[in-house]
Design a protein around this ligand. Structure first.
Ligand code: F6P
Length: 539
């Protein structure tokens, strides 16, 4: 089937499915749950509450085949230049492969180098934890300040929040924002003699990170002897020469075939490897590698990242639903939505195909979310009763907290996630709402007046992703699942998921505005609005 024919069939099936009730599909297709749920690398995915009928589900799979998902997947893992606009391979899976793997980037073997950097990271992490690697005054490091932004921040942050012990031996704090308040908060209460600053930047040119690194360096230099200060100031980057020139003591490197938003598996998460303990980091890599094995080997119809991607393409392009909310029902996963915002929206927020021609369909939806059940008490009103349908995704952890028998049960948490999926699917009719009002003792008139306000359209889709526990392995698998899902969507939309030219214009204009500020005020060619704002802000 050609790609065009597959899209035509896809849209046809979507049009037919648009009026179907999700709940009725279970009776219409007794194998629905088995067909639309899958287990992989410790995760269970249930996509049976999505809006697709069996015919639409099959049309989605045909679209994946016609888009050559299998061929493009092979190209990625083979280290071909899938990042066309930057001429780079995209090989984050190489970073989590078991030692001795044989990945090649544009034909160059890279796994030995990956293993060597990983061994270096382990030795350093163990040394910092044992105190063998100590500060300039000989005192053990007790805190790490991780300085980075975007992919050099969001990945390590989601890992730390997800896996950190309640009372960590080494405190890990993150600074991303160029607002000096962020650094001030992070340094509060820290002692320079026992603090390690890790400056993380793939390019080592990012304005925010360099400004924050300068501030951290000054804070250290104010208290520490020049001799030994660099023991407290290390770099992680794909541009080691720049980090050295900036004054970093030692630098851990990664290569340009690692995209920023795909870099948490590299030295970018060194601070986590130190603060969590190296074995925890290794277990997370192993969990992600297990998801890689599944992604590479499972047939499309039983492939978790592929099915998750198809559900999104079906909602966005089949049913015109350009948003998705992600609700992790685990406090430790509270940062997952912001991690996914960069992963998905920076990858697939594109308006041209790989060949540069304009897209004719929607691409990445707006992704947003809050942990469950917090979101329920915030924006779920709109998810349930807003005029537009926003597909939901519930990431559910059966056991989120301590094993201690006295620990509060978790059923109150996950029962809410299940209830949200049910409520979105089943809804409530106006008749039922009225009957409920009457049953609550409302008058006929009052029950009738309120009934439409208390009606739920229902027939709203959701996906459940379930894990028994949030372990390093299941976290690794979960994040790798989303990476591969994002890749598959990019293949189907025929866009380059691995560049991010869209972030550059704002950076250039910010520099020009700063130049004007240094020059004393807005330049003549600035638009009146921006000029007035600058004048106001310059005071
Ligand atoms: O501006 C966007 C971006 O380039 C992201 O893609 C990247 O993750 C982030 O900035 C930080 O970049 P770097 O790691 O080079 O400092």
């Amino acid at each position: 089937m050609t790609r065009d024919a597959a899209w035509t069939a896809f849209h046809q099936a979507a049009a037919e499915a648009a009026s179907a009730r999700i709940v009725d599909q279970f009776a219409a297709d007794p194998d629905r749950l088995a067909r639309m749920s899958v287990e992989a690398a410790g995760l269970y995915l249930d996509l049976s509450k999505q809006s697709w009928t069996k015919a639409a589900f099959d049309a989605c799979l045909d679209l994946a085949r016609a888009s050559d998902v299998e061929g493009r997947r092979a190209a990625l893992f083979a280290g071909e230049a899938v990042n066309l606009t930057e001429g780079r391979a995209v090989l984050h899976p190489a970073l989590r492969a078991a030692p001795g793997a044989d990945f090649k980037a544009l034909g160059e073997p890279v796994s030995a180098e990956v293993d060597a950097v990983r061994a270096d990271m382990k030795a350093y992490a163990d040394a910092v934890r044992s105190g063998a690697e100590a500060g300039a005054t000989g005192r053990k490091f007790e805190a790490i300040v991780h300085v980075g932004i975007g992919g050099s921040d969001l990945g390590p942050r989601v890992v730390w929040d997800a896996l950190r012990p309640l009372d960590p031996a080494i405190d890990l704090r993150f600074v991303a924002n160029i607002d000096p308040r962020d650094m001030a908060e992070a340094l509060t209460g820290l002692d320079p003699e026992t603090t390690l600053v890790v400056v993380v930047s793939k390019t080592f040119t990012t304005q925010e990170t360099l400004a924050n690194a300068e501030a951290a360096k000054a804070w250290l230099a104010a208290s520490l002897p020049a001799e030994g200060m660099t023991k407290h100031f290390i770099g992680v980057t794909a541009a080691p020469e720049k980090a050295a020139a900036f004054g970093c003591g030692r630098t851990f490197a990664f290569r340009d075939w690692v995209g920023g938003r795909y870099s948490l598996w590299s030295a970018v998460s060194l601070s986590c490897g130190i603060a969590l303990g190296w074995d925890v980091f290794e277990r997370m890599l192993a969990g992600a590698a297990a998801m890689d094995d599944h992604f590479v080997s499972a047939p499309l119809e039983r492939n978790a990242p592929v099915l998750l991607a198809l559900a999104q393409v079906f909602n966005v392009d089949g049913l015109n639903r350009p948003a998705r909310t992600v609700a992790p029902y685990a406090h430790a996963l509270r940062r997952l939505p912001s991690f996914l915002q960069q992963l998905e929206m920076e990858s697939n927020g594109k308006r041209v195909h790989r060949d540069g021609t304009p897209v004719t369909r929607q691409t990445c939806p707006v992704v947003f979310g809050e942990p469950g059940t917090n979101g329920q008490h915030a924006f779920f009103q709109q998810i349930h009763q807003g005029p537009q349908t926003v597909p939901a995704e519930f990431v559910i952890v059966a056991k989120t907290h301590a094993d201690a028998p006295e620990a509060p049960p978790e059923a109150p948490l996950w029962s809410n996630a299940l209830a949200q999926g049910q409520a979105l699917m089943l809804g409530k009719t106006t008749e039922a709402a009225k009957a409920e009002g009457l049953a609550q003792g409302l008058s006929e008139e009052e029950a009738t007046r309120l009934a439409s306000h208390r009606t739920f359209a229902g027939n709203r889709p959701s996906t459940a992703i379930v894990m028994e526990r949030l372990t390093p392995e299941t976290l690794g698998a979960l994040l790798a699942l989303y990476e591969h899902k994002t890749f598959v969507e990019g293949v189907i939309w025929d866009i380059n998921s691995f560049d991010q030219w869209g972030v550059e214009l704002g950076k250039v204009l910010a520099k020009a505005i700063l130049k004007d500020v240094d020059a004393g005020g807005p330049s003549a060619d600035l638009d009146p609005s921006t000029a007035a704002l600058m004048t106001r802000l310059m005071g």
